[in-house]
Ligand binder design. Structure first.
Ligand code: AMP
Length: 383
């Protein structure tokens, strides 16, 4: 019997999930997204929409009434409301997993209790508590808002004692934690899937280059030794075993200067660093997520060709409608725009993958080509 899929969030991730769902008509008959923006990206590719805030209780209940299975593309849904619905409708990843992940402190505590390596961390109760605990760490440390903090916006780096008060005031009224600053040599991630029967599959380790805390390039595979790649893969598999979540997860990690692998953060959803799978593997992360929550056998995650993914972000000096972005899609270049009519500074508007289809194995050249292509993308106002 086919199912109606409900997704909390209808941005680009919801859009690419919808596209994957449309290719599986034998399993999914319809997609409904809950999103506050009318005509959000998922709707532009055929999803129906409930226009409401992600945390709107009535809207979440409405979505559950209209759907057979529920999932999400953002982690800020109301986990308490979702928990109350669990049982009436199938929700994956489970709201309990979501609740643990939504709070960075609970997430780190969970990981460390399960012997998954993370940077040293402590919860912060007050300014005095912060001063006391910071003295047990060496500077610099990161003060992090525990909830609702994305793209580094919830982080404040404390370099010395004089910045403690400034940092504390930055997040006044919000629960915080501190974390040892990791002097990493690389940020990497594993896209991992676990289906509702417990089958686990991981994609190859990728390398992520951020600029101003926003992902700029993903290089596939990561330029690390086989030993590090295999260690990261083991950590990702173990994380999936203990989390008991079903679906695709993005597991972000650091490789330290002395070659240790530490988990930074888990995203309980398809992930920006997995967009390369649209071309580089047989099963995209979007199809994989649907297979996982539908209870189908997981698809093949083997890397077919080295690939570089580049995000297309709204320029800093421009707000407004823009002329369609075009790229010559040949020699392994694949463009994906997200149907967002208006550009805003740093807004994720699309991405392109550049795939080494001739298997030259020259990853440096691939990166250089990606940089060149990106520099050719120009935003022009739409009259
Ligand atoms: P987060 O929102 O916590 O994932 O952090 C956003 C970015 O901040 C990460 O991609 C890292 O570049 C950086 N970051 C987070 N935690 C740490 C840490 N403990 N040490 C060094 N850099 C960090």
């Amino acid at each position: 019997m086919t199912k109606i899929l409900g997704i909390i969030g209808g941005g680009q991730l919801g859009m690419m999930l919808t596209e994957a769902a449309k290719k599986m008509p034998e399993y999914i008959s319809d997609v409904i997204v809950l999103d506050p923006t009318p005509e959000c990206p998922a709707v532009r590719v055929g999803a129906k929409q409930i226009v409401a805030d992600f945390k709107d209780k009535n809207a979440i209940v409405e979505l559950s009434l209209q759907s057979d299975i529920i999932t999400y593309e953002i982690e800020s849904g109301d986990s308490k409301v979702l928990e109350s619905l669990h049982g009436e409708v199938s929700i994956n990843p489970s709201p309990t997993t979501l609740r643990t992940i939504q709070d960075k402190y609970l997430q780190k505590q969970f990981l460390s209790q399960n012997n998954i390596p993370v940077a040293e961390f402590e919860a912060v109760e007050s300014q005095e508590d912060l001063e006391k605990k910071i003295s047990q760490f060496q500077y610099p440390v990161l003060l992090k808002a525990r909830r609702d903090a994305y793209d580094g916006r919830g982080n404040f780096r404390i370099e010395d004692q004089s910045q403690i008060e400034i940092g504390y005031k930055r997040f006044l009224g919000r629960q915080t934690m501190i974390e040892k600053f990791v002097d990493f040599k690389m940020e990497v991630s594993v896209i991992a899937a676990r289906n509702i029967h417990g089958e686990i599959a991981t994609y190859p380790l990728v390398e992520n280059i951020h600029k101003d805390n926003i992902l700029e390039f993903t290089i596939v595979p990561a330029r690390v030794s086989d030993k590090i790649a295999s260690e990261a893969d083991n950590i990702a598999k173990k994380t999936m075993q203990v989390l008991h979540g079903a679906g695709v997860f993005g597991i972000e990690m650091f490789v330290t200067k002395d070659d240790k692998v530490l988990v930074n953060e888990i995203a309980p959803r398809v992930h920006n660093s997995g967009h390369h799978t649209l071309q580089s593997t047989e099963t995209s992360q979007f199809e994989q997520h649907l297979r996982a929550i539908l209870g189908l056998p997981l698809g093949n995650t083997r890397l077919k060709h080295n690939t570089v993914m580049c995000n297309i972000l709204g320029p800093r000096d421009f707000v407004g409608r823009y002329r369609p972005i075009t790229l010559e899609q040949k020699d392994g270049v694949y463009l994906k725009m997200y149907h967002k009519d208006e550009s805003k500074p740093q807004r994720k508007l699309g991405h392109f993958n550049i795939v080494d289809e001739k298997d030259t194995k020259n990853i440096e050249l691939l990166i250089k080509r990606a940089q060149e292509i990106r520099s050719m993308i120009k935003f022009m106002p739409q009259n």
